[in-house]
Design a protein around this ligand. Structure first.
Ligand SMILES: O=C(O)[C@@H](O)[C@H](O)[C@H](O)C(=O)CO
Length: 494
């Protein structure tokens, strides 16, 4: 370590590698007789490896005088996981607050670690949905590699999670679990029957009567003849509401149980199992939340967290839309139900919900899971708007031209006509777009189209210049995340 430290201090680390642009001092790590240090060179981030021993031998890289230069490859990440367990993801369980910090770019986690380090909450750094992978062209291997190298770079040893988010298909569940993901968010939206909401009371009754008598009797006995007793929750079942909830959620509950028995119970390691019923047209009433939770417990299904679809709108990248008084009333019951069944309430589309963060921190007693992703992408876009106006203008215009296409993936109520005309905005004011809801949603939901856009010659329309800009502005991006995600945590009471 001394030789390496001396070389770093003397600015002679170039002896180990091509032109070194930046040294990540927090990454300096000793494992036996091997010393690691992450640097950024003209070829990007690399590991300087000096010394000897199994870790030195197993890391693949170019042997140079005095050591080895190892690229941040998937194979090297697996070796590092083996020798430095804190660089592999872990499950957290229900007794600590956790925050999903979805990083669609693979470069945000260092800023996330700098933000969350030392706080009473743990990061799920490797959180991506299959939808995000499809839109960005990344893999779950990429997601885990980026998170693990960020942990090494920042010397963060408090632990992080990896969430296979919004998984609907068994093949995707198997994929995430095979790679070692430590959180599984089961998206039940395709098993929830939203059509029930549009039926009349008579149509609901007739449909309900078609269910097996044994099933109807069981539900009626458990929810009409037995009072739900959850301290802090206001629950009032009516026969009509019960019939509707049974028709909406019964198939989804069977799906939850089936996946739990096939994939969670059989694991030889801890996995945080989250139930997501948030991405549906039907808001989750507290009574419906209780019904789902009670059925799961009755069937022996243990969960880490539940994500209901709250009243109002939790849209992407903007603050809560709706009646905050009603939200508070229902949140009190949702939180009480989660406490009663010993899991955490999960807040999806948690980005930028500043007006309700204090309520969430209050009613969950600071024990929650909250998910963000798009807002981290928008902080990167903000950096581009600040330092590369030409690129921002090209991206903004492309987003406008392809917005309708992007609405197939996300529910938003964006008013494109309310967005200031690009030609009317001076370069210095371009970052202001990130303060305006409609512009935020425009750039938010078009991330995949922007990152995967190609020119006629096959070159990437924006991505290469985008990532080059962010690499040059690494500290600006990290500072933007510290500020923006820091505001999230502060209002959540962390
Ligand atoms: O965009 C996605 O698919 C995810 O980021 C998803 O929205 C996630 O579950 C979330 O709620 C992030 O705020």
């Amino acid at each position: 370590m001394n030789a390496l430290i001396e070389a770093v201090r003397a600015g002679k680390v170039n002896e180990f590698s091509s032109e070194v642009i930046k040294v990540y001092a927090s990454s300096l790590t000793q494992v036996g007789d091997t010393t690691l240090l992450m640097v950024r060179t003209t070829e990007g981030k690399q590991l300087i490896v000096v010394g000897s021993g199994d870790l030195f031998d197993q890391l693949q890289g170019e042997v140079v005088e005095g050591g080895k230069v190892a690229p941040l490859t998937h194979a090297n990440r697996l070796v590092i996981n083996q020798f430095l367990p804190y660089t592999a993801p872990q499950a957290f369980g229900t007794q600590v607050a956790t925050m999903g910090l979805g990083d669609r770019l693979g470069i945000a986690s260092p800023g996330h670690i700098q933000t969350i380090r030392g706080k009473d909450i743990r990061p799920v750094l490797a959180q991506q949905s299959i939808r995000e992978l499809a839109l960005t062209g990344r893999t779950y291997e990429d997601v885990l590699d980026a998170a693990a190298y960020a942990v090494l770079q920042e010397g963060y040893t408090d632990g992080y999670g990896a969430d296979g988010d919004h998984l609907k298909k068994e093949a995707d569940i198997e994929y995430a679990l095979r790679l070692g993901f430590t959180m599984l968010t089961l998206d039940c939206s395709e098993n929830i029957d939203n059509t029930i909401e549009s039926l009349s009371e008579a149509e609901i009754a007739a449909k309900y009567e078609q269910l097996p008598a044994s099933l109807r009797n069981r539900y009626e006995e458990r929810y009409l003849q037995t009072a739900a007793n959850v301290p802090g929750a206001t629950l009032a079942y009516t026969a009509e509401a019960l019939k509707k909830d049974v028709l909406i959620y019964d198939a989804a509950i069977n799906f939850m149980e089936a996946i739990y028995r096939k994939y969670i119970v059989t694991l030889d390691r801890a996995v945080d199992f989250e139930i997501s019923i948030d991405e549906t047209a039907t808001p989750t009433s507290p009574e419906a939340h209780y019904l789902v939770a009670n059925e799961l417990r009755d069937r022996g299904v243990t969960i880490f967290s539940m994500a209901p679809r709250f009243c109002g709108e939790f849209q992407k990248g903007i603050d809560y839309i709706g009646d905050i008084a009603q939200f508070e009333r229902e949140l009190a019951s949702h939180a009480a139900i989660a406490v009663h069944f010993e899991y955490k309430l999960s807040i999806h589309s948690g980005s930028d919900k500043f007006s309700v963060f204090p309520l969430i921190g209050q009613y969950t007693n600071g024990l929650f899971h909250i998910k963000t992703a798009g807002t981290n992408w928008l902080e990167a876009v903000r950096v581009v708007a600040k330092v590369n106006p030409t690129l921002y203008r090209r991206m903004h215009q492309y987003a406008l031209d392809h917005f309708v296409e992007a609405t197939a993936y996300y529910h938003v109520t964006t008013d494109i006509s309310a967005i200031a005309l690009l030609s009317d905005v001076a370069d210095a004011q371009l970052p202001d777009y990130m303060e305006e809801n409609n512009a935020r949603q425009l750039l938010h939901i078009t991330y995949g189209l922007l990152l995967q856009a190609k020119n006629e010659d096959g070159s990437r329309t924006f991505a290469d210049e985008f990532f080059q800009t962010l690499a040059q502005q690494e500290d600006t991006f990290a500072e933007g995340l510290r500020h923006h995600i820091g505001r999230h945590l502060e209002l959540l009471g962390k």
